[in-house]
Design a protein around this ligand. Structure first.
Ligand SMILES: Nc1nc2c(ncn2[C@@H]2O[C@H](COP(=O)(O)OP(=O)(O)O)[C@@H](O)[C@H]2O)c(=O)[nH]1
Ligand SMILES: [Mg+2]
Length: 445
C-alpha cells in the first residue's frame, strides 16, 4: 500500500529527524524533496504547491527554528499537512436511523469495483446491526446481475434483481418497495459503469438518484488510476453529486496520487478504502493512520511519539472530558485501539493510565486480543456500543457469532470494560490524578 511514496517520504522524515538544528535552508531542501516525492506519486500539482507553500510558511516561523526540538516540530508540521491532504477527520457514512430506509448509491467507471464494494459494504453494515438489501441496477453488463447475486449470497445479504429487466429505474423502484415492505433499512444500489464518463451513464444515474433520493452517493474510484480518479470524481460530483468516495484497490496503489489529491481538489471525503479482492477487504479510511503509514512513523517512533502527543492533544482532551462525565463507552474504547495503532506501541496505552500497570496485564493488550476485541465491538450495534448494559445473553450470543468469537470472549471483553470504567470513575474523583492522566496523554502540554 502506497509503498513507493511511503519509502521516499519516510526517508526524508528520517533524515530530518537526525538533525539537532534546522535552518531555513534545511527546511527548503526537505520541502523540495517532498515536492519531488509527491509529484512522482502523481499527486495533483495544485495540491503539491499548496502543500509546499503551507509547510514552508508554517515551518519557517521563528517558533520552529527556535524550538528545543526543531526536527520534531518540523516533522509534526509535515505530518499535519499530510493528514490535511488526506481529509483530516475520519468521515463515516451518514445514514438515517434504523426505522427509515437509507439509500446508498454506488457509482463509478466500469471495473472500478462498484459491485464488489457494494457487497463488501453491505457485509460491513450488516455486521453493524443494519438490515441491508442490495439492488442490482447494472443492466448493461450481461453478467453484472448474476455477479451481485453470487456476492450477495456469499455475504448473506439479500439481493433484489429482475431477470431480463431493461429499465434500471424500474428495478430500483421495485427494490425500494420491497425494502419498505420487508423492513430493510439500508439499500445499496449497484449501478452501471462505462469505460469513460459518458452522457448516457450520467443520465441514467440522474434518473436513479431522483427516484431513490440517496442519503449517500458514493463514488467508487480505482486508486491505481491516480489523477484520472480525481477527474472522474469531479465529473460525477458536478453531474450527480458525490457525498463521499470509496477508494478501491488501495492495496495495489503504490503511488498514492489519488488518495493525496482527492480531498483538496474535490472537497469530498474518502470514507472507505478497498484493500483486497476478498469480501472482508473494506476498511474505514483514517487520515491520521494513513499519514502515519506514509511517513513511516513506525520507524521513527521514539522521535515522533512526542510530536504525536501534541497532535493528539484535542483528542486527549475530548476523551478526558468523557471520562469525567463517566460516559466512556465501548465506542471510545474502540477509538483507543486506533490511537494505539497510530502510536505504534501497545505499551503506550497502559502507560497513559497511571495505576493501570498492575491492573491491566500485558496480556490484555496483545495484538491478537485487540483484533478480537475490535471484531467484537464492530459486531455490536451502535446502541450497544453506546450502552453496554443492554447487552444481555441473547445479544452476547449474536455478537459472538457475528464476530467469529465465543460468548466467553464477549463476556471477557465486557468484564474488562466494566473494570476500566470503574477505574476511570475513581480517577475522576481525584483532581490531581486527572491532571496526571491528562499530561501523560499529551493534553497538559
Ligand atoms: N485488489 C483489489 N481488487 C479489487 C478491489 N475492489 C475490487 N477489486 C477487483 O476489481 C475488479 C472489478 O470489480 P467490480 O466490482 O466487478 O467492478 P465494477 O465494474 O465497478 O462493478 C474485480 O476483479 C474485483 O475483484 C480492491 O479493493 N482491491
Ligand atoms: Mg459491476
Amino acid at each position: 500500500m502506497l509503498d513507493r511514496v511511503s519509502a521516499k517520504l519516510s526517508d526524508i522524515v528520517r533524515q530530518v529527524s537526525g538533525k539537532s538544528t534546522i535552518s531555513e535552508k534545511n527546511i527548503q531542501e526537505a520541502v523540495d524533496e517532498i515536492k519531488l516525492a509527491l509529484l512522482e506519486a502523481d499527486v495533483n500539482l495544485r495540491v503539491v504547491r499548496r502543500f509546499v507553500n503551507r509547510t514552508i510558511e508554517e515551518a519557517s516561523g521563528e517558533a520552529v527554528l527556535r524550538s528545543v526540538s526543531p526536527a520534531q516540530q518540523f516533522i509534526r508540521i509535515i505530518h499535519d499537512r499530510m493528514v490535511g491532504l488526506l481529509g483530516d477527520e475520519r468521515q463515516d457514512l451518514e445514514l438515517k436511523g434504523p426505522d427509515t430506509v437509507s439509500v446508498i448509491l454506488l457509482m463509478g467507471l466500469q471495473g472500478s469495483g462498484k459491485t464488489t464494494t457494494a457487497a463488501k459494504l453491505a457485509r460491513l453494515l450488516q455486521k453493524q446491526g443494519r438490515r441491508p438489501l442490495l439492488i442490482a441496477a447494472d443492466l448493461v453488463r450481461p453478467a453484472a446481475v448474476e455477479q451481485l447475486a453470487v456476492l450477495g449470497r456469499q455475504v448473506g445479504v439479500p439481493v433484489y434483481l429482475e431477470e431480463g429487466a431493461r429499465d434500471p429505474v424500474k428495478v430500483v423502484k421495485a427494490g425500494l418497495r420491497k425494502a419498505e415492505k420487508e423492513q430493510f433499512n439500508t439499500v445499496l444500489v449497484d449501478t452501471t459503469g462505462r469505460m469513460q464518463v459518458d452522457e448516457a451513464m450520467m443520465a441514467e444515474l440522474a434518473r436513479i438518484r431522483d427516484i431513490a433520493a440517496p442519503v449517500e452517493s458514493l463514488l467508487v474510484a480505482d486508486a491505481m488510476t491516480g489523477q484520472t480518479a480525481v477527474d472522474v470524481a469531479r465529473e460525477f460530483d458536478g453531474r450527480i453529486g458525490v457525498s463521499g468516495i470509496i477508494l478501491s484497490k488501495f492495496d495495489s496503489d503504490t503511488r498514492g496520487g489519488a488518495a493525496l489529491s482527492l480531498k483538496t481538489i474535490t472537497g469530498k471525503p474518502v470514507k472507505f478504502i478497498g484493500v483486497g479482492e476478498k469480501l472482508e477487504d473494506l476498511e474505514p479510511f483514517y487520515p491520521q493512520r494513513i499519514a502515519g503509514r506514509i511517513l513511516g512513523m513506525g520507524d521513527v517512533v521514539s522521535l515522533v511519539e512526542k510530536a504525536q502527543q501534541t497532535i493528539d492533544q484535542d483528542e486527549a482532551e475530548r476523551l478526558a472530558a468523557r471520562m469525567q462525565s463517566a460516559t466512556f463507552t465501548l465506542e471510545d474504547y474502540l477509538e483507543q485501539f486506533q490511537r494505539v495503532k497510530k502510536m505504534g506501541s501497545l505499551q503506550s496505552l497502559i502507560d497513559m493510565i497511571p495505576g493501570a500497570k498492575g491492573q491491566i496485564s500485558e496480556d490484555d493488550v496483545n495484538e491478537q486480543e485487540i483484533k478480537r476485541e475490535e471484531a467484537i465491538i464492530y459486531s455490536m450495534t451502535l446502541e450497544e456500543r453506546r450502552n453496554h448494559r443492554i447487552i444481555g445473553p441473547p445479544r452476547r450470543k449474536r455478537i459472538a457469532h457475528g464476530s467469529g468469537t465465543s460468548v466467553y470472549d464477549v463476556n471477557k471483553l465486557l468484564k474488562k470494560f466494566e473494570k476500566m470504567r470503574t477505574m476511570m470513575r475513581k480517577m475522576t474523583r481525584n483532581k490531581k490524578y486527572q491532571a496526571q492522566v491528562l499530561s501523560r496523554m499529551g493534553g497538559g502540554r
